[in-house]
Design a binder for this molecule. Structure first.
Ligand SMILES: [Zn+2]
Length: 394
């Protein structure tokens, strides 16, 4: 079973915003009650649901909220307890489940029922039981069987609906898996794909950021509130905007290029932790560029699948042997099968393999045999064989 998430912007009016916020508050209230129950023992989901029934009898106002949404809090607690157990099994120090603060609780879930998509004129609407119709921007069709809708609030107070769909055969049949690509994103090459083409990083960030640092120093030196200070701030904003636009432009062009050529794109799931840890501005911009690039691919191409990043750089894409290499080593050299490839190219083929594996499609031998030089020389006929092979297996 393949699950896919779509994220849509919601535009609740002030009254609806209050309602959504209220739902968050209620879920948090239930969550914290459950945290209290589970402080000194593991409580299974069914028992939590039973507690919920009892809780409702005491607090009848809970009946004003979608029952399935409240039950999903049990599921959440159940998962949180289990992951604590997992962590302690692995030797991590774990405490008890923590109570969540107001600003930490940002999402509630409608599972299986209680939601509906609708259209009024050219307005897209999302209907939520006990909440009503909320305007949304549906930039693409959510294809497949809708399993749940998560309503979440971002730190900047924007509301989103994350729609989880189960992809069925009908959706898959519209996708041509011969047009699949694995893309590796990185620092040296912004993107390196499994067909062998590399896009170097055109955002020469060090160069672009030099004036930013200069203007930041200026701002710091100048007296706050003075005209010169204001001028410097304004200039800073202009430069920032310019970098932002250039970045966006580049990402749009690259993602469109891929979408025109391919139906399915496989990328690595980026480690969110690494993104937060890094404080350097240049690196931050790069990190967020990869994220934006992925989300652009997601809404532009027919299908985007994120695969686990585990061992994609290490494993040999031809024979599977583990070839460890430091970040400085740019070439993958396998002494088992003799494959010599750019490290990012090797990674992107691994990503493609992992992705195709989800759909039970094997990477054709021919593709594994080629070196970057040969890729460009691939004749039309050879290319056809590869594609034909893919169809056969599929
Ligand atoms: Zn090998």
């Amino acid at each position: 079973m393949i699950i896919r998430n779509y994220k849509f912007c919601l535009y609740p009016n002030p009254q609806q915003q209050k309602k959504l916020q209220n739902n968050l508050a209620v879920c948090r209230w239930v969550y914290n009650r459950f945290v209290e129950y589970t402080q000194d023992k593991f409580v299974a989901r069914n028992d939590l649901n039973y507690m919920l029934v009892e809780l409702k009898q005491e607090e009848s106002w809970l009946y004003n909220y979608h029952s399935k949404m409240l039950q999903m809090v049990s599921t959440q607690i159940d998962a949180a307890q289990k992951s604590l157990i997992e962590l302690s099994k692995k030797g991590h120090k774990t405490g008890k489940l923590k109570f969540v603060r107001y600003d930490q609780y940002r999402a509630f879930t409608y599972n299986q029922r209680g939601y509906k998509f609708d259209k009024h004129g050219n307005k897209d609407l999302l209907w939520l039981s006990k909440i009503g119709y909320v305007e949304m921007r549906k930039h693409r069709e959510a294809s497949g069987d809708i399993k749940q809708v998560i309503i979440s609030k971002s730190k900047s107070e924007k509301w989103y609906a994350i729609v989880t769909c189960e992809i069925d055969g009908a959706v898959l049949s519209r996708i041509d898996f011969r047009k699949a690509i694995g893309i590796d994103v990185g620092v040296k090459n912004f993107a390196y794909d499994s067909d062998g083409s590399a896009t170097s990083n055109p955002l020469n960030l060090a160069k672009l950021l030099r004036p930013v640092a200069r203007i930041q120093r200026k701002i710091a030196r100048r007296k706050k509130g003075s005209n010169n200070h204001k001028k410097a701030v304004k200039f800073y904003q202009i430069i920032h905007e310019r970098i932002k636009n250039r970045r966006k432009d580049f990402l749009h062009k690259l993602s469109t290029q891929y979408t025109k050529k391919y139906d399915v794109a496989f990328v690595e799931r980026l480690a969110k932790l690494n993104m937060v840890k890094n404080h350097r501005l240049a690196r931050n911009i790069l990190d967020s560029s990869w994220g934006t690039f992925t989300s652009m691919l997601d809404y532009k191409c027919k299908m985007l699948i994120e695969v686990s990043a585990r061992n994609t750089t290490i494993d040999c894409s031809r024979c599977g042997k583990s070839v460890s290499k430091s970040l400085a080593v740019r070439t993958h050299k396998c002494d088992m099968c003799g494959l010599i490839l750019d490290r990012d190219h090797n990674a992107s083929i691994n990503i493609l393999k992992k992705g195709l594996h989800i759909f039970n499609i094997k990477l054709p031998q021919e593709l594994r045999e080629v070196t970057p030089v040969e890729t460009s020389k691939l004749s039309r006929k050879q290319e056809d064989t590869i594609r034909f092979y893919l169809t056969e297996v599929h």
